[in-house]
Design a protein around this ligand. Structure first.
Ligand code: ANZ
Length: 946
């Protein structure tokens, strides 16, 4: 006879791996996570569950480096939430696609000649494999990639809807361009420049309509990067005016580019933030990005006509002691005097003999600076133009400067400077010796006074008197006075700029646009979509000498001449057209993918309205009045707080206005997860060394015998501290990895990875396993006994707490509660716990560690999957204690403890305390008397004995 192996059936990594692949196969074979739609290809014909959950992760870019353990943190959290909600009986939509256009695959193509599609598909396959082994319950049918022609066909289609729409200011919504054409033809509306539409020739009509479209071509100032051969968005340019990628110089250049008129939606994007269940931080980042300021536009007279300035503080006009224009302002040329007036201080001339020379020298000096650099806190510079402007409130002649701290793209590009109450003006005035006149009653001896205070020095003989008024009243009064004299008006100003929507690259969505012989753009008919990317010989945009600022973009698609020149019939018979050779920016696909997840196989529409309404439509009964609808929960990093989330809100609103969706917003609830961080180590040369091989000794760190320096931060390949999920899965199993990641701390905070701690989560699952399966012979370990009242209490409290925590995405405290419960059962029942105590435990574990839960559920004798088993419920009456324990102090020292009913009255507590044997012993006998009793209900009993 052989000795029985006492751990032959232990839950080990090998067993975990076996269980995990078995159940992953089961889920695949049974389409367990396929969520039915109300209608279309993905409808089953059966009635849908009453409730639904649409939960989404920010989809990844399929990078060649694959995943490290930090990447799936959010994916696991959403999977846990999705699984929990399936057990509540909801129809759950959860999938994960790929944001697969983008530069890395293209750069790799440029270096190696490998088609970006080949690289992208290989990377997707690898990430897919890595994610699959984590047991994420995704509906694979919905996992679209933005690079699928069937996907980007609809990206192009949406582009065309936006292109063929205009923003009606009165109705504050987008409308089809045909409505506008009708109004223009009847004369109900005029063109932007006031001409009569019907008098225009065909070319002029086209051009007039373009001025209204929500997508338009515009000659605008862009960031041209000759070294990369492409223009860049502001966000892609570093503070010192170089490209974020490649670190090449970037020049401001006027170019014809596609723009999206997102500014038309400024108010709605701002106001509708109120409707969203988003982190306050993200909302405020969006508010700042849109940057709505109320103020006034005020005219300062000059020899070159009125200089319009934008100010948020028209109440400070009496303190305006000079005017400053952005150096690029169009009035600069006509304001430059031939010579400096007598007495012009040296410091105002930039060391030049004439204003002309000074302006030229100054313009040359600031040419290469970015906006960010220009606004930085540094010594203020500028040049006096030699001429003066008139302050409308007091007729004072104030000198006119140009200075780079005034930006050309904001407001009117000109300011009235109030040094007493504006920091930047104060610094400038101090450098240039300009008068600083206080108009608010505050201290200006050291710095500008920017607080709120009563106005002073602020009245004139023409009926304007602000003295004594507070800010709001004074602003109001100043504006009224200005308006009456035609010297100014109220003005709302936004920081938001239109969205530069073209890149001179290869690996992106081609524009569904062709040009005729006059250079007029035409949208491609719907039935000819998608416009697929052509094959090209090389993927490089024509790049130039990085310093050649006079070069012009020439995208890679321009090289595919057979593709570029097409014959089409756009209503005028077959004609030659030229295709647009730009591609869309990487933001395009992610601006609407949430809608394609809903109806991924629909070949007739980008999303069917009934399906959209079911998954993202407003639900006022559930979420309250004004519910905008949208995805129920969207989880991702806070780095997408503005761009992606503003662009997708903008597209969604256009689609809403045009009647294609019922939801007003793409994402009802947003959650930003924290990051998994890690230690990285550098040697004496500052080079990263493999973190896994670093050893600690007396608080110092060594690699290959040499002391190394420890830093804390991101996890990544280049920092040599990345831990691959594959390794953790191999060593412990996916369920352990999931439990560990969820237990590390609150989901919205960052946390350090510690491989040595992973085993703790593994041991928890081993204890769970032992409650169901005998390690010795694999037999069932549970018994069919009744629960004791203690068991019931423990169980119901655990259920109540765990439900609450799952709902609140507090998976770390779910884990803590489950560990506590497992420990309770293990300790109470060394040889066999009651089935009725263990089965609900397995159900509660299953969102977190689904493979082991499926396996244990099956071993407990159940058929099929645990996925849709109802989540355990609890009995409210078992949640509260019936009694509490109170300490009894005698003369200030705790001498005893008594159990009293929770709802006991004071005198009842007193009686119980006085009857306690230990208290009796200490309070009775010779010369002892209880002279005073103080009962603090719920806290303690105090006895004074003499
Ligand atoms: C006079 C004044 C007095 C101002 C005062 C402020 C305080 P926000 O709030 O960001 O909209 N400004 C206007 N256009 C500018 C430009 N193109 N470049 C740089 N600064 C510009 O800022 C509006 C304020 O910023 C305006 O109000 C103007 O300075 C300045 F006690 O006018 B203020």
């Amino acid at each position: 006879m052989t000795e029985a192996n006492p751990t032959a059936h232990r839950y080990t990594a090998a067993l975990a791996n076996e269980i995990e692949s078995t159940w992953q196969q089961y889920w695949r074979d049974n389409g367990t996570f396929n969520a039915p739609n109300p209608t279309g290809d993905l409808a089953t014909g059966e009635a849908l569950p009453a409730e639904k959950l649409n939960v989404q992760d920010m989809f990844p870019y399929p990078s060649g480096a694959g995943l490290h353990v930090g990447h799936p943190l959010g994916y696991i959290a959403t999977d846990v939430y999705a699984r929990y909600n399936r057990m509540l009986g909801k129809n759950v939509l959860h999938t994960l696609g790929y944001d697969a256009f983008g530069l890395p695959a293209e750069q790799y193509a440029i270096q190696t000649g490998t088609h970006p599609r080949t690289t992208t598909e290989a990377n997707i396959a690898n990430m897919e494999r890595q994610l699959n082994q984590l047991g994420l319950g995704h509906d694979k049918r919905r996992a679209v990639a933005t690079t699928d022609p069937e996907f980007y066909k609809w990206t192009q289609w949406i582009f065309l809807q936006i292109y063929n729409a205009w923003f009606d200011e009165e109705q504050q919504k987008a409308r089809p361009i045909e409505d506008l054409v009708r109004d223009l033809l009847t004369g109900a509306r005029k063109t932007k420049d006031g001409r009569d539409f019907k008098d225009l020739n065909t070319q002029e009509k086209h051009a007039a309509l373009d001025e209204f479209r929500l997508v338009y071509l515009s000659e605008s100032m862009v960031n041209w990067c000759p070294g990369l051969g492409t223009v860049l968005a502001n966000e892609e340019v570093t503070a010192d005016g170089r490209s974020e990628r490649g670190n090449f110089p970037v020049f401001r250049k006027r170019l014809r580019q596609w723009m999206m008129r997102i500014t038309a939606y400024s108010d709605r994007l701002l106001d509708d933030l109120e409707l969203l269940d988003w982190p306050e931080k993200v909302k405020s980042m969006q508010r700042n990005w849109i940057g709505r300021s109320r103020g006034a536009q005020v005219a300062f007279g000059s020899t070159a006509g009125d200089i319009e300035v934008f100010t948020t503080r028209p109440d400070t006009l009496f303190g305006a002691t000079y005017v400053t224009l952005a150096p690029e302002h169009e009035l600069v040329e006509s304001l430059v005097a031939d010579a400096y007036p007598d007495g012009t201080p040296e410091t105002w001339t930039y060391g030049q003999a004439t204003p002309r020379e000074a302006v030229d020298a100054y313009l040359a000096a600031i040419a290469a600076k970015s906006d960010v650099e220009r606004q930085e806190n540094k010594e203020k510079t500028g040049v006096f133009l030699g001429t003066y402007a008139t302050n409308p409130v007091n007729g004072e002649q104030v000198p006119i400067f140009i200075a780079d701290y005034v930006l050309t793209g904001y407001g009117t590009g000109a300011i009235m400077a109030v040094p007493a109450h504006d920091e930047r003006d104060y610094e400038f005035a101090s450098v240039f010796g300009l008068p600083i006149i206080p108009v608010l009653d505050g201290d200006i001896s050291e710095a500008a006074f920017v607080g709120d205070a009563a106005h002073i020095n602020s009245s004139n003989s023409e009926g304007l008197d602000l003295d004594g008024l507070g800010k709001e009243d004074a602003i109001e009064a100043a504006i009224t006075w200005l308006v009456d004299r035609g010297a100014g008006e109220e003005k709302i100003q936004y920081k938001l700029r239109d969205w530069l929507f073209a890149r001179q690259r290869y690996w992106g969505e081609p524009f569904p646009i062709v040009y005729d012989e006059y250079g007029q753009a035409h949208g491609i008919p719907e039935d000819q979509l998608p416009v697929e990317l052509p094959e090209v010989e090389d993927y490089k945009p024509v790049s130039f000498d990085p310093d050649d600022k006079d070069s012009e973009p020439s995208p890679p698609l321009a090289k595919a001449t057979d593709w570029v020149n097409v014959t089409m019939d756009l209503g005028e018979g077959p004609k030659q057209y030229r295709r647009d050779t730009n591609v869309m920016p990487q933001w395009a696909g992610s601006s609407w993918y949430q809608l394609r997840y809903i109806d991924p196989t629909n070949s007739e529409e980008f999303v069917n309205l009934e399906n959209e309404q079911y998954w993202t439509g407003p639900r006022e009964d559930e979420h309250g009045a004004g519910d905008p609808g949208g995805v129920d929960l969207y989880v991702g990093g806070v780095e997408h707080a503005v761009l992606h989330l503003l662009y997708s809100r903008f597209w969604h609103k256009v689609l809403y206005d045009l009647g294609f969706v019922t939801s007003k917003e793409p994402y009802r609830r947003l959650y930003n997860q924290g990051y998994i961080q890690a230690y990285a180590f550098t040697d004496a040369r500052g080079v990263y060394v493999p973190a896994a091989e670093v050893e600690e000794c007396d608080g110092k760190f060594f690699y290959a015998g040499e002391e190394v320096n420890r830093e804390y931060g991101k996890m990544g390949k280049s920092l040599k501290n990345a831990v691959a999920p594959d390794d953790v899965v191999r060593d412990f199993g996916a369920d352990t990895l999931r439990v560990y990641e969820m237990s590390m701390g609150p989901l919205d905070t960052s946390r350090p990875w510690a491989t040595k701690d992973v085993v703790g989560s593994h041991r928890f699952l081993q204890r769970l396993w032992r409650l169901v399966v005998s390690e010795e012979d694999g037999s069932l370990a549970v018994v069919d006994s009744e629960l004791t009242s203690d068991d019931a209490k423990q169980l119901h409290r655990t259920i109540a707490g765990v439900r609450d925590d799952y709902e609140g995405l507090r998976d770390n405290t779910v884990v803590a509660k489950l560990i506590e419960y497992v420990n309770y059962l293990t300790k109470t029942y060394p040889s066999g716990a009651p089935r009725a105590a263990v089965e609900p435990l397995v159900q509660m574990v299953s969102p977190l560690a689904p493979h082991i839960a499926e396996e244990l559920w099956a071993r407990l004798g159940h058929d099929g999957t645990i996925t849709f088993e109802p989540f355990p419920t609890f009995d409210e009456s078992l949640l509260t204690d019936d009694t509490v324990e109170l300490p009894v102090q005698i003369n200030g020292k705790v001498k005893a403890r008594v159990e009293v009913p929770v709802d006991a009255a004071q005198d009842e507590i007193e009686q119980i305390a006085l009857a306690d044997p230990r208290v009796v012993e200490l309070t009775t006998g010779a010369g002892k008397n209880v002279v005073k009793t103080i009962v603090v209900p719920g806290r303690m009993v105090n006895l004074v004995v003499k």
